[in-house]
Design a protein around this ligand. Sequence first.
Ligand SMILES: Cc1ncc(CN)c(N)n1
Length: 225
Amino acid sequence: MSVSYGKTFASLRAGADQAWEDYTRHAFVEGLCDGTLPRTAFLHYLVQDYVFLIHFSRAWSLGLVKSETLDEMKVCAGTVDALVNHEMALHVQTCAAEGIDEETLFTAAEEAENLAYTRYVMDAGLQGDFLDLMAALAPCVFGYGEIGARLGTDHAEPYKDWINTYAGAEYQEVCETVGTMLDAAVARRLGDDPQSSPRWAHLQNRFTRATELEVSFWSMGLRGA
Ligand SMILES: Cc1ncc(CN)c(N)n1
């Protein structure tokens, strides 16, 4: 299935070049897809990802603070809801089945890659405006959407629940909603030709750096093998 999450994402994705391939075709992802990923690596990743999503929810909440329109506020609020009430249920349920309770997840010590990525994004939002924050948040949302769409919903155990979460209609709808909002946010602030804005290179830089941090996050997961 090929997906489209808007022209801003398409442009940033193209600008990230090889880093985007390294992220969305990482060995961790291919191991999820063919089922060869060691369970220990998956659980190591999943515990870290729970903590990651806590901090990403905080960063999307900052999006509410930095919004300039009600539509931007609604999308940020909806994304926080999707993260804390839906996506994280995957982590809680999968870990519970392995004997890892939610308190353990919530208090898990962060790996350096996790800390670097989440705080990089938060700092982008604290230092900059709404677009700086969105450029740093975008690889997270769209990358998993693209991976899910590529892998599709036709998978067997052991990783079908994970794949279905990102391939499924609910997550894909979040990506489309964020993509539409992002295009409008960029047009509002940078006009119809955003790539010619002096700000574009900086936004691209934020997007590419966040994409590289996604690559490191997968590699951190593999260390748990
Ligand atoms: C590290 C990471 N990046 C993205 C996603 C998708 N929300 C995630 N769960 N974890």
